[in-house]
Design a protein around this ligand. Structure first.
Ligand code: GLY
Length: 333
């Protein structure tokens, strides 16, 4: 019988104004397993990381790979995201369009991504198809949508009810909020609410393969055409065997300026633990982007031993970590 250890954690916060980039150790890191990879591990951003991880673990228990686990987990949140920040139920851009970004990557350097796509129910699966069926890494906009039709992935028809430009298909809740926003049109993303946008996920399977994925609608009321860090390999996600992987969430522009996920993996290559790597990368994000009071970035990292780390610019960042134990007895040991 397989059992999973379940938990949602709040990440430690970087002290404001701290510019110390030294790679210090931290007590919040999980203990190193004795025989890497001792067990499958899944790690995902925010509270919606919990259902994502459970779907990922179920896929791993079924014989799936880390790549399968990441795709399965992200698909759950794409269909049901109470925060309206992932999938077609999300808040739209300022013009009333829900445009989605996603990426997926393996430790062997295979990667696929889509950006600025409309009507695609599972952008994470489309990103995987870009990786597996094209010679490219990133498809955007109309070209990505054309590829989606060619691959016969699940699409949602244009909405006839909504009178937003282009017939953007909004959920009733998103449409209500967007229409309220239109009365003032003030662009002030709320930290941990409208910035708390992305499901990003890392998985390590029993064979020692690692994969990362990310899927998001990006910032609510963003400019039409805006793309954040999530579909950009090296920014929102990065994995490199045999070092480890890192994933981000938060205000994409701040992560794009530093290639945050790549930065964290390179810190691990230089000897940092996953926790130290996250702290190092978040401090660089703050150093590059100035006063951190107006934005949130959360970062998670994992190495191939299954050790994990987490850090964030602001309080309020949560993440989910699950490990698959061999049996119920070992869960109690
Ligand atoms: N982190 C997601 C975005 O900024 O689009």
């Amino acid at each position: 019988m397989l059992a999973a250890s379940l938990a949602v954690f709040a990440a430690a916060c970087a002290p404001r104004g701290d510019r110390d980039d030294s790679l210090k150790s931290s007590s919040s890191e999980t203990a190193a397993p004795p025989h890497p990879p001792a067990r499958p591990v899944v790690l995902a951003t925010w509270n919606h990381g919990l259902p994502a991880n459970l779907a990922g673990l179920a896929r791993l228990a079924d014989g799936g790979s880390a790549l399968d686990a990441v795709e399965a987990g992200c698909r759950v949140v794409e269909l049901d995201c109470p925060d309206m920040t992932v999938g077609l139920g999300s808040r739209p851009d300022r013009d009333g369009f829900v445009t989605l970004d996603a990426s997926i990557m393996t430790g062997e350097g295979r990667a696929g991504a889509v950006a600025f796509v409309r009507g695609v129910i599972h952008p994470i699966s489309l990103a995987r198809l870009v990786m597996e069926r094209t010679p490219h890494v990133l498809l955007v906009g109309a070209g990505a949508e054309q590829f989606a039709r060619e691959c016969k992935v699940e699409l949602r028809d244009e909405c006839q009810r909504c009178d937003a430009p282009g017939g953007a298909c909004l959920s009733p809740a998103a449409e209500r909020e967007w229409r309220a926003w239109l009365t003032e049109k003030r662009y002030e993303p709320k930290i941990n609410i409208e910035n708390h946008d992305t499901i990003s996920m890392l998985a390590l399977d029993r064979e020692g393969r690692m994969a990362a994925g990310s899927t998001t609608s990006g910032l609510a009321y963003k400019m039409h055409g805006r793309v954040g860090d999530s579909p950009i390999v090296g920014a929102g996600i990065f994995v490199d065997a045999p070092i480890g992987g890192a994933i981000c969430t938060g205000l994409g522009e701040t992560v794009l300026r530093t290639l945050g996920a790549h930065l964290a993996v390179e810190a691990m290559r230089a000897g940092a633990t996953p926790q130290e790597a996250c702290e190092h990368a978040i401090r660089r994000v703050i150093a590059k982007n100035g006063d951190p009071s107006g934005y949130q970035v959360g970062m998670l990292a994992m190495d191939y031993a299954g050790r994990t780390g987490a850090f964030a610019v602001q309080r309020g960042f949560t993440y989910a970590l699950q490990e698959q134990l061999r049996d119920a007895a070992s869960a109690l040991a």
